[in-house]
Design a protein around this ligand. Structure first.
Ligand SMILES: [Ca+2]
Ligand SMILES: [Ca+2]
Length: 85
């Protein structure tokens, strides 16, 4: 799961070891992934296991793992000729 370390560090702009709603929102907006604050809040809410309103690395990992699964399904759909590209 080390491939997510770098991403986590990038998201954690103030380097306090947790990702806040603002930090996640900022990064997603940069990539044009999400624009609504509500959605970012929803992500944090669903993966914030200890309910401190922030995502630590473990919580972030469970989010990324879920997302990766969804992406793989999506990729599988796109890759109609099954060449793997
Ligand atoms: Ca932070
Ligand atoms: Ca938390």
């Amino acid at each position: 799961m080390d491939q997510f370390r770098g991403l986590f560090a990038k998201l954690d702009q103030n380097n306090d070891g947790v990702i806040s709603v603002a930090e996640l929102h900022d990064e997603m907006r940069k990539h044009g992934i999400l624009s609504a604050d509500g959605k970012v809040q929803n992500i944090i809410d669903s993966y914030d296991k200890n309910k401190d309103g922030l995502l630590d690395y473990k919580e972030f990992l469970s989010y990324m793992t879920d997302r990766e699964k969804k992406w793989k399904i999506y990729f599988h759909d796109l890759d109609k000729n099954k060449c793997g590209e």
